[in-house]
Design a protein around this ligand. Structure first.
Ligand code: NAI
Length: 776
């Protein structure tokens, strides 16, 4: 018999993992669980059953939290927070380290419990979920240790409300809890109702680690409990889950002045070029879509194969599908386990049944809550299954001809979480990676993650990064709390001075001076009541035109950092040449004498951001394995901003400069009471080689323009420094397309360092992590 024949005749025998210890852990606790509040488990109350999806058996009964449970958890967290923060980073590091050690000591218990509760293959729980959760606590013990040194001037936010999903129950807990605790926050966590057991087991080890009571609180229950956590008196909400719920949370937190991070769904492309190593790429597909049964937010669920190899690729993929084993998740030989719950299975089946595509399966799944690996082809890009997140072992496939078409198809989605690119040609791979609209790109790989590397998306996949310094920073605030903004009013006028030659101030859209669509203008008076000029009143349509012009100027993102710096220096030079005129205009508008200082600071600010253009560096993350993980600071796209009212020129420049320095385009609405300096600045823009559409300047009512900016589909971010309080309106409006917002309502002294620096650069960029494995 040849070796080949021996292999062909070999069949796998089951290799079941023993579940005894995990089941004993449940039974020891009476198989009924309360919440974990203030360092102790509460008495179990009314609740619901948690089942093993693979068998349908009841594992335990969990308690549905009431509003008083949630309030008690938040109170405990609030009470514990000052002392926890006062321990200092080094003091907290010891606890995080102890938690990591305990997770390691009880690794098998956690892995088996996770598999029983969630249905994922034990191989994955054992080799991926639990080790990565440990790694998160180790890594963040280190960040806590270094916090004071490396994040000077930053402090904890306070109490964090965290709501997590069911696909990686323990790992998601680690992603949320470790950075929050490391930075000195306390936490109220709500695990998903289908999978709360490992969180409760984690509470157990918090007790063993002697974690001070109230530092971590866990309340169980369904979405209603999640809502209560979101609506409680917390300082930050961190959510991972569906885009639909993420949107609701954005609405519920709008205007409350609390931090929010959203890690939502995806429909990530998996692009195979014809020069790819096909066997590796096939294994990549297996990891991308059949890992955790496709119940992964960053699952490579859209396969795009270059036409020349499509037939061969599909043939080989189908052959590989025939070797995937679906079944008992506790069996160490199983590739695809159970679907988390019959409701989720029904959802997957309904989406697939309605697809109308050509469905391939290499075999049936076993009876019960299992769904077989499925490949669907023949769909058009707009088909629901090409666009909707299935969250199951279902891959849709299509073909492309050229790299440009691959990029176009890949980006044809409302999501932007992850993408895989397969090519043996480094030029192709590194050319395509930056063009993909996504927070993560894996080259010749998929689903690579690590605590040191940022994870998170763009578009409707949410915002904010988890992991790395960038993730930890989002659990902190600047210590020097700035006062709240107070409304700034313009002046009324009585006298109308005749002017020798009438000069009509216009707005600036697409590199051209533009009249307002509505044809209205507002008289702007100086502090002495004299007429300075008429400022156009922009409306929704002007916003649309400006956004369109900005979109058309996408080439700016591709300009070199050196070139962008040159343009900013040139702006500074040209502004400086007109310093006298601007200083006089500002003094006249504001009735103060700070015009000269403002102009000088504005020139300086342009120089500062010119300097930053090629110095706001990315990083190479020291992740384990033979892989380079590059964190690139990418521009967000088009940023709309309501400029500060109180500093008519310096405010505009302080907002515009970081936006364009990082390669974004800007739609700016000038100071409402003092708009004339911004209109005058158009002439500086016109003479400084700023490509048309990169900066667009409108004037008008902040209150009226806030909504069109917040709800516009093609704007990536909205900032507001307006003295009119528009936080609720902007944050609620932005929920629709899950747009990033920056509205903190704080009064900055624009003349000082408060008005510039890394905070602005961070807000103007998104971190894209590009993973490039290596090895001959
Ligand atoms: P979900 O988004 O409803 O649930 C995630 C978490 O949010 C759970 O803890 C849930 O109890 C909680 N929750 C639900 N409604 C809430 C509300 N109004 N306010 C606060 N918290 C709330 O996800 P679900 O229903 O379990 O799954 C539905 C679909 O969502 C999946 O098929 C998948 O497409 C997507 N999903 C995406 C995830 C991701 O990692 N991006 C994770 C889970 C689901």
């Amino acid at each position: 018999m040849s070796v080949k024949e021996i292999f062909e005749t070999m069949s796998y025998g089951p290799a079941p993992e023993q579940a005894g210890d995990a089941l004993a852990w449940i039974v020891d606790r009476g198989a009924r669980f309360g919440h974990f509040i203030d360092g102790a488990f509460t008495e179990p109350g009314e609740g619901f059953e948690s089942r093993n999806p693979a068998t349908g058996e009841v594992l335990a009964t969990l308690t549905q939290a009431t509003s008083s449970d949630v309030a008690a958890a938040v109170d405990a967290a609030r009470l514990a927070q000052p002392e926890w923060e006062a321990l200092g980073g080094k003091g907290r590091a010891r606890y995080l380290y102890a938690l990591a050690r305990l997770l390691q000591k009880h690794a098998r218990l956690f892995a088996v419990l996770e598999t029983l509760d969630n249905g994922k293959p034990i191989r994955e729980a054992r080799d991926i979920d639990v080790p990565l959760a440990q790694r998160h606590f180790y890594y963040h013990a280190g960040l806590a240790q270094l916090m004071e040194q490396e994040l000077p001037g930053r402090a904890a936010l306070g109490v964090c409300g965290q709501v997590i999903p069911w696909n990686f129950p323990l790992l998601m807990l680690a992603w949320k809890v470790a950075p929050a605790l490391a930075m000195g926050n306390t936490v109220v966590l709500k695990p998903a109702e289908w999978t709360s057991l490992t969180a409760l087991c984690f509470a157990d080890i918090c007790q063993q680690a002697g974690l001070p009571k109230g530092v971590l609180n866990i309340v169980t229950g369904d979405g209603a409990v999640g809502e209560m956590v979101v609506n409680a008196e917390v300082d930050k909400v961190a959510f991972t889950g569906s885009t639909e719920v993420g949107r609701k949370i954005r609405e519920a937190t709008a205007g409350r002045g609390i931090a929010l991070s959203l890690e939502l769904g995806g429909k990530s492309p998996f692009i195979v070029f014809e020069d790819a190593d096909i066997d590796s790429a096939i294994e990549g597909v297996v990891d991308a879509i059949w890992f955790n049964g496709g119940q992964v937010c960053c699952a490579g669920s859209r396969l795009l194969v270059q036409e020349g190899i499509a037939e061969d690729f599909h043939t080989r993929l189908k052959a590989r599908m025939a070797t995937l084993r679906v079944g008992d998740p506790l069996d160490k030989c199983i590739d695809v386990g159970a679907i988390v719950d019959p409701a989720q299975k029904a959802r997957i089946a309904a989406l697939v049944d309605a697809s109308g595509g050509e469905v391939f399966r290499a075999g049936d799944a076993p009876e019960g809550c299992f769904y077989p690996p499925t490949l669907i082809s023949g769909l058009s890009p707009a088909d629901p299954l090409m666009q909707e997140e299935v969250f199951g072992p279902v891959l849709v496939s299509t073909t492309f001809r050229t790299p440009a078409e691959a990029v176009q198809l890949a980006n044809n989605t409302r999501y932007g979480l992850a993408a895989s690119v397969w090519s043996e040609n480094i030029n192709t791979a590194l050319d395509v990676a930056p063009k993909l609209v996504s927070g993560i790109v894996w080259i010749n790989g998929s689903n690579m993650m690590d605590a040191a590397a940022g994870f998170g998306g763009v578009r409707e996949s949410g915002w904010g990064r988890e992991g790395g310094w960038e993730g930890a920073r989002s659990y902190t605030r600047l210590v020097d709390d700035l006062p709240a903004l107070t409304p700034v009013e313009g002046f009324a006028g009585e006298k109308v001075e005749p002017v020798a030659v009438d000069r009509t101030a216009k707005m600036y859209i697409g590199g051209k001076q533009a009249r307002p669509d509505g044809g209205y203008a507002k008289a702007v008076y100086g502090a002495d009541g004299s007429l300075i000029g008429q400022a156009p009143i922009a409306n929704r349509k002007d916003i649309r035109n400006a956004v369109e012009a900005a979109r058309g100027a996408a080439g700016w993102a591709g300009a070199t950092a050196h070139n962008r710096a040159q343009v900013l220096y040139y702006l500074g030079e040209n502004l400086s040449a007109r310093a006298d005129g601007f200083a006089a205009l500002i003094d006249r508008m504001t009735g103060e004498t700070g015009g000269r200082a403002e102009v000088e600071a504005a020139v300086d600010r342009l120089f500062t951001y010119a300097a930053w253009c090629d110095k706001f560096e990315g990083a190479v993350k020291p992740v384990p394995g033979r892989v380079v993980a590059m964190a690139l600071n990418e521009p967000c796209g088009v940023i709309g901003a309501l400029c500060p009212d109180e500093a008519p020129l310096l405010g505009l420049v302080s907002v515009m400069a970081p936006i364009i320095a990082m390669g974004n385009r800007a739609v700016l609405v000038a100071s409402e009471p003092f708009p004339m300096a911004a209109l005058e600045f158009i002439q500086v823009l016109e003479t400084s080689d700023v490509p048309g559409g990169v900066v667009n300047i409108l004037t008008g009512s902040h209150a009226e323009l806030a909504k069109p900016l917040a709800t516009h589909m093609d704007l990536e971010c909205v900032w507001s420094f307006s003295s009119t309080d528009l936080a609720a309106e902007i944050e609620r409006g932005a929920a629709g397309v899950v747009k990033r917002t920056w509205v903190d309502g704080l009064a900055r002294d624009w003349l000082t360092a408060q008005g510039e620096g890394r905070v602005f650069l961070d807000a103007a960029t998104e971190v894209k992590t590009v993973w490039v494995p290596y090895g001959a």
